[in-house]
Design a binder for this molecule. Sequence first.
Ligand code: SF4
Ligand code: SF4
Length: 316
Amino acid sequence: MTFADQLIDCGIPEFRAHIPTLQINMGKRCNQTCHHCHVNAGPQRTEVMTHKTVDRILELLGKSDSIETVDITGGAPELNPAFRDLVTRTRALHKNVIDRCNLTVLFEPGQEDTSMFLKNHHVQIIASLPCYMEDNVDRQRGRHAFKKSIEAIKQLNRLGYGHENSGLYIHLVYNPLGPSLPPDQEQLEHIYKSELRKFDIKFNKLLTLTNMPIHRFLRDLKNTNQLANYMALLKQNFNPKAAAEIMCKSLISVSWQGYLYDCDFNQMLEIPALSRQTSIWDIDSFDILSRAPIAFADHCYGCTAGQGSSCKGAIA
Ligand code: SF4
Ligand code: SF4
C-alpha cells in the first residue's frame, strides 16, 4: 500500500487545507556538516538564495492574508547575505518569523551581532540540540558543537530568549542519533530541562523530530544495511492521528531558487508541488497552493510514525 493509499484508507484528504505558514529554504550553505542532515548542507555548498528571489517572495507575501508565519531554514540561513533583508521586510508585513538556527553559526565571523538582530526583530528561534550529552551531540554535529551550542543559548538567554513573559522564544530540537523513533516529547523535555540545568540555560519547549530517510541519513542507512528495517519501523508505526495533522496540510515550501514544494523534505527530493516544476515567478499568489493535492511518497512515513513528526515537533 502506498502512503497516499494509506491516507485514503483512513479517510484523510490528500489536499492542503490552508496555508498559515510559508517555509523558505535559503540554501545549502552551512558552517556544519551534520550526519543526519537531510539538506546535504555544508561550508563548501554555494547554492544560496539571491536578493532577487527574496524580493519576489516578499512581493507575493505582501498579497497573502492567510500566511501568518514565515519559517526560514537552510543550511544556516543567517549566512545568506539576504537573510536580514528577508527578516526585516517580513516583520514589516506583520508576519511572525522563525529562524531555524544551528546555534554554532552565532560564532562564525561576521555573525557577532546576529543574536541581537534576532532579538530586535522578535524572531522565534528553533535550534537543534539532539542530546543533552556532549559526546552524542559532537558525534552527530561535529567537534565542539555541544559547547558552542550551550554558549550560544547562554548568549540568547542574556538577551531575554527563553525567559518567561519576554515574548522571545527559543525551542530546542531533538532527533534520534540512529534509526529509531523519538521518545515521548513531553517526557524528554522534562529530562532535557533537568539535565541542562547544570549549564544554567533556559529554553521554552523541546520539539522531537524523526530522522527522514533522505540524503545523508539515507546514505548512512544504506551503508549500514539498515534501510529496509528503518522503513519497516516507520510503516509499522503509522499513526492515523499524526497523519491527519501532517504539516504539508498547512504549509508550503520555497527553495533557494524560488521553486515551490509541498514541504522541505519534498524539496530535497525534488518532488515538485502542483505536479510540475513551478516557480514563484510562474504564480500570482501563494493561494494557488491552497486546496492543491500534495505529492506523497514513501519518505512521508517519517512524518506519521509514532507520535508523528513535523517542523513543530511531535504531532499526536
Ligand atoms: S546545521 Fe542543519 S543544515 Fe547545517 S549541516 Fe547540520 S543539519 Fe544540515
Ligand atoms: S514528507 Fe512532506 S509531503 Fe510527506 S507527509 Fe511529510 S510533510 Fe507531507
